[in-house]
Design a protein around this ligand. Structure first.
Ligand code: MRU
Length: 362
């Protein structure tokens, strides 16, 4: 891979490139096509909210916080398209756009949170004309983009307290820079500990079948940032803990409800193994991933096309034709397996989290 060539002769640090951006000069959403990493770094550009919705669905962009920002920017594109309509039609079309965007993936709550936040701006400003509301929506989406980076850095600062010099951190899936606008959630404490505190930390990334976000994306961004990283098959998690090679586990989250954490399929098994071996297991996520008025029964776990399992990266077919495939994209980790939740405001145990954030917690 020749990064210099990719950046037209300018050597750039990977972290300088956000996973998604709003381009003011052209009112365009620009994002990294994560399906092509690590082999090619290609940028997609969208002027149509339907294209952004599809990019979430087919996972050009993925990771709960990144999906949230993409959804908000998709709403801003919809507003630009409908801004010359009369107010009633504009509002009705914006609600349809919201439905299109939220229908893309069911589990990561940041998607719904972001669209709701955009609709709130719309609803609070119904007396204004559509052009003015549109400008407000663009500013809101850009504000969410900026907030995401600040939030992740705060998660990093709090989370770095649990890491000691020399630690090896196991992570599952990709909850790094690529899964957010920049900096990451689960990888934020690692970055902070290394970059701001000078600690020596290494990461072991589970490959994360079937979409291989760990092997393709976590390894890619950490290698680029010169953070020591090794990849192992998901099946190694138990053994590597038994051998005493893991000090902490940190993962991200797609939705945190009052009795469990939803994250990438395989997280639950890692948490079980960590409990067995007394290894601290942390979940790092922004407040926008909290949905504490729900329980695990309220959440739809996305089930994706069986081809993702039957064909390795859509290329090599490994299952006999006609065999049914189970392909849950996320699983459920109960709180008794979780040492703490790292948010932008600190590290919380289950009860503390409910006390701080749940609307009706006594
Ligand atoms: O299916 P994906 O790749 O969108 O799943 C991503 C994850 O499960 C991440 O761990 C989660 O979104 C947290 S990202 C900061």
């Amino acid at each position: 891979m020749n990064y210099q060539k990719l950046f037209f002769g300018v050597t750039q640090h990977f972290l300088m490139i956000p996973s998604i951006e709003w381009k003011d000069e052209s009112n365009t959403v620009r994002m990294i096509d994560q399906t092509l990493l690590p082999h090619e770094l290609v940028f997609l550009e969208f002027k149509d909210f339907r294209g952004v919705a599809n990019s979430i669905k087919i996972m050009n962009i993925r990771g709960a916080p990144a999906i949230g920002v993409a959804a908000a920017m998709g709403m801003a594109l919809a507003a630009l398209e409908f801004q010359y309509m009369d107010t009633a039609t504009y509002i009705s079309y914006m609600k349809q756009a919201a439905n299109t965007i939220t229908a893309t993936r069911p589990t990561a709550v940041n998607l719904f949170w972001a669209v709701k936040r955009m609709l709130n701006v719309l609803e609070k400003n119904l007396k204004k004309n559509p052009k003015d509301i549109t400008n407000m929506l663009i500013e809101e989406a850009k504000g969410m983009w900026k907030e995401d980076i600040d939030t992740n850095r705060a998660i990093g600062k709090h989370g770095a307290h649990v890491l000691v010099d020399g630690d090896t951190v196991l992570t599952h899936c990709n909850a790094g820079s690529l899964a957010t606008v920049q900096y990451g959630t689960a990888l934020a404490p690692v970055r902070w500990a290394i970059e701001e505190q000078g600690k020596k930390i290494q990461v072991i990334a589970n490959e994360t079948r079937p979409r291989l976000q760990g092997a393709r994306l976590t390894a890619y961004e950490l290698q680029y940032d010169k953070i020591p990283v090794k990849v192992q098959s998901d099946n190694c998690s138990g053994l590597i803990m038994m051998l005493g090679n893991i000090d902490k586990v940190i993962v991200g989250a797609d939705r945190i409800v009052s009795d469990a954490v939803f994250n990438k399929i395989g997280t639950y098994l890692v948490a079980l193994a960590a409990k067995r071996h007394n290894i601290p297991f942390y979940v790092a996520a922004p407040e926008s991933t909290l949905s504490l008025d729900e329980t695990r029964k309220d959440v739809t776990i996305e089930q994706r096309d069986g081809k993702e399992v039957a064909n390795v990266l859509g290329k090599v077919h490994i299952v006999p034709d006609g065999v049914e495939i189970i392909n849950f994209a996320f699983d459920i980790t109960p709180f008794d397996l979780i040492t703490g939740i790292i948010t932008e405001h600190g590290i919380f145990k289950h009860r503390e989290l409910l006390k701080r954030y749940k609307s009706s917690f006594g």
